[in-house]
Design a protein around this ligand. Sequence first.
Ligand code: ZN
Length: 312
Amino acid sequence: MKEIMLLDPVCTHNIWGGTRLREEFGYPVEGDDIGECWGISAHPNGDTVIRNGSYRSMTLSQVWREHPEEFGNLPYDRFPLLTKIIDAREDLSIQVHPDDVYAKDHENGSFGKTECWYIVDCPDDATLVIGHNAKSKEELERMVEEGRWKELLRELPVSKGDMIQISPGTVHAIKAGFLILETQQNSDITYRVYDYDRRSNGVPRELHIEKSMDVIQVPAKSAPDSVKSTLGLPVNQLNEIYACEYYKIWKAEIDGKMEVEQNDPFLSVSILEGAGSVDGQAVKKGQHLIVPFGYGNIVFEGCMTMIESTAI
Ligand code: ZN
């Protein structure tokens, strides 16, 4: 008999973090600098713990190692994805991530980082930094050297419910006031390109210009290809909102009941709004869970907004 795994997340403190993860999502963490909730994670920097059932008190990485059948015996040496909620009280630094090939060579065999954002909340008329305006590598290097950030960085208008895929090599930054659910490869490799000349404890945070120049894609992906709205999708069904070589992502709004068959290697579920139940188990906003391989039919009931994902 397969069981749903309810997860206890790990939260992180960040200089740009806030209080919404405690106040709105209910995570029991002190402080006014809570930047991230690692909701579904088997990364050594934040390994989530199973709260119920046969695997109670085990970390996700341990279940992955000892019970690969729960994840369809996927051919990876670690759980492939990481799901986070990010609360940015202040602007995050401008960043870029490497791909698998570069990370393997330069970062001790780590995965690269492809990530996908779902905007849970943001200010009206908000923008995000996604991509850049340099036409060639030479122009990129010159603009960085001369500090022409305003000209270089591309800001795109976005709103609540938008979905943004950040492929490796894409310059990006989350800005103040954004609450984002991020589905990403299980990797923590980030190159900081620019930090608005800010200081942390009196000193600027380290930048990684050389590695950034190695990995930034030139020219950037076009603006219309970067942002997609997910509003107005049919309720009570899994709506696929993105698929790439690493993951598939769905959004589901439950108003009443949804019954689906779980045929994927696993199904990661994050509840972003509302409350209800998953096969009779009560859940509410902020809960993350995994439905294992071979679970069969599963029933979601209540009034909830969820983002789901699986690995390819
Ligand atoms: Zn990133």
